[in-house]
Design a protein around this ligand. Sequence first.
Ligand SMILES: [Zn+2]
Length: 191
Amino acid sequence: MNPVDALARLKVKPDEVTRVVITHIHFDHVGGMEIFPKAFPKAKFYVQRKELDFWIRNPIAKRRPFQGITDPIANKALASLEGTKRLVVVDGDKSIAPGMTLLLAPGHTVGLQAVMVNTAKGKVILASDCAHIHRSFKEDIPSCLITDMVAWLKSYDKLRSKTEIDLIFPGHDVMMLEQFPKVAEDVTRLA
Ligand SMILES: [Zn+2]
């Protein structure tokens, strides 16, 4: 689904979007990057330096195990934004707005970042694919596409030290659609 259409369901207009966090550069998290700078004309895009360097410059990212999970068109679009004000390249943890902090959490990829947000329920972490399903955080089991298992387990420790485990949300778990209040078609309120 185009994020512009998804946000329209929440009555958020594209030019109201000022920050877009790229959690990691897998095709299903960065696909469409070639249209996003124009689609969101006032947005800055946030990516970790390690993640950008790996996918844009490291020849290993072109090797077979990585080929099926990357989107060359999106990567090219990202590379073209480098050095402009539209792309904010981050080294490690960083506060990007009041109550909104990026947390470097590698393992699934070399420079995945999660987003920690203050909410009425407390600190919520949108962990992206640091775990694909919530059970992984509870049972200490990394899921698929492991780049660095040791880093991944340390990232689990890091995220779990920041808030309650039930406030850490994974990247691909249907429970987020099924167990939370629906606020629009295919959109739920997590906190
Ligand atoms: Zn991923």
